[in-house]
Ligand binder design. Structure first.
Ligand code: NAD
Ligand code: MG
Length: 297
């Protein structure tokens, strides 16, 4: 494959459907995905944009969070990743990449749908990294349900706790530790703007993340802290075959984007780096759409 800096037609740069259905139970393991997603393991090149920074990334074991973790480490940051205990093997791969980049990697497993665990997570990250400059709130639960009747209270509760309450608990615990120049990045979705029929609870949280991020940004710029959201379209991550989409939808995932293919996590890495780095000094309260051509409005 041509490297990331060679000019080429982006529609043909990465795999396109059809894909195997490959169902897994949530949260799933990236190591079982076919084709393997590209998180920049071979291709991401850093330029010291985050030298000496300390970052915590929730859901940093796989997908978009893994791409951010690899990129941050190669840009010079120490990186703590949070994930669920069942994802230990995926997390260890990421920690290996961080160490290879020559910075410090910290493993912080724990379920963020619990307030106390969120508070402990921030405390542990601050302690083990000796501070915190970048907080990427990215972990999420997405489980497709055919009809409104099938979205149980338990579903609703777990999705809201994981995607929305955790955002608040983590931000609340982190703010006292964040210095001027720090950055909080949340992961919203095109689902905030174009909600799918089968993602009632999930889409609701993503719209909430957009509102919360904008509100928090106006508050925290008074401390010199920037807060932004990224709103991805279809990205090839384990969220999808582990119940985020129905299996037949996984086969054609990304086909209806302008590119005829899903995005790969590495294609989001530069956005997470920009928002975290001082190069993003005038960017706050924004939602960065990387939707595959659909746009956000
Ligand atoms: P992913 O499955 O690789 O990452 C999600 C991570 O969330 C998991 O790795 C897991 O560690 C974490 N997680 C889930 N429940 C948790 C819990 N209770 N406690 C702690 N961690 C938990 O999938 P991804 O696609 O990289 O997802 C990352 C973010 O991107 C999510 O916010 C997702 O909503 C968002 N997103 C993804 C897409 C896409 O097409 N893949 C599109 C739009 C938005
Ligand atoms: Mg994972």
């Amino acid at each position: 494959m041509a490297d990331r800096f060679t000019m080429q037609d982006p529609r043909h740069q990465f795999p396109a459907p059809p894909f195997p259905q490959q169902p897994q139970s949530p949260p799933g393991l990236v190591s079982e995905m076919r084709p393997a997603p590209d998180h920049g393991e071979k291709s991401y090149a850093g330029f010291g944009r985050l030298l000496g920074r300390k970052a915590l990334i929730t859901g940093g074991d796989s997908g978009i969070g893994r791409a951010a973790a690899i990129a941050y480490a190669r840009e010079g940051a120490d990186v703590a990743i949070n994930y669920l205990p069942s994802e230990q093997s995926d997390a260890e791969e990421v920690l290996g990449y961080i160490e290879k980049a020559g910075t410090k990697g910290v493993a912080l497993p724990g379920d963020v749908s619990d307030e106390k665990i969120c508070q402990a997570l921030i405390e542990d990250a601050v302690k083990q990294l000796s501070g915190l400059d970048i907080l990427v709130i990215n972990a999420a639960r997405q489980q497709a349900r055919k009809s409104v009747a099938e979205v149980s209270s338990e579903d609703f509760d777990r999705t809201l706790k994981t995607n929305l309450y955790a955002l608040h608990w983590l931000a609340q615990a982190a703010v006292p530790h964040l210095p001027p120049g720090a950055s909080i990045i949340t992961t919203a979705s095109i689902q905030a703007y174009e909600p799918s029929a089968h993602l009632l609870d999930y889409a609701t949280t993503k719209a909430g993340i957009v509102a919360y991020t904008k509100a928090l940004s106006t508050q925290l710029i008074e401390k010199g802290i920037r807060v932004n959201a990224v709103a991805p379209g279809p990205f090839w991550t384990v969220l999808q075959p582990s119940g985020g989409q129905f299996p037949e939808k996984v086969e054609t995932f990304g086909q209806d984007s302008a590119f005829g293919r899903p995005g790969q996590p590495v294609e989001l890495a530069p956005v997470y780096v920009l928002l975290a780095s001082q190069e993003g000094s005038y960017i706050t309260g924004e939602v960065f759409g990387v939707t595959g051509g659909k746009g956000i409005a």
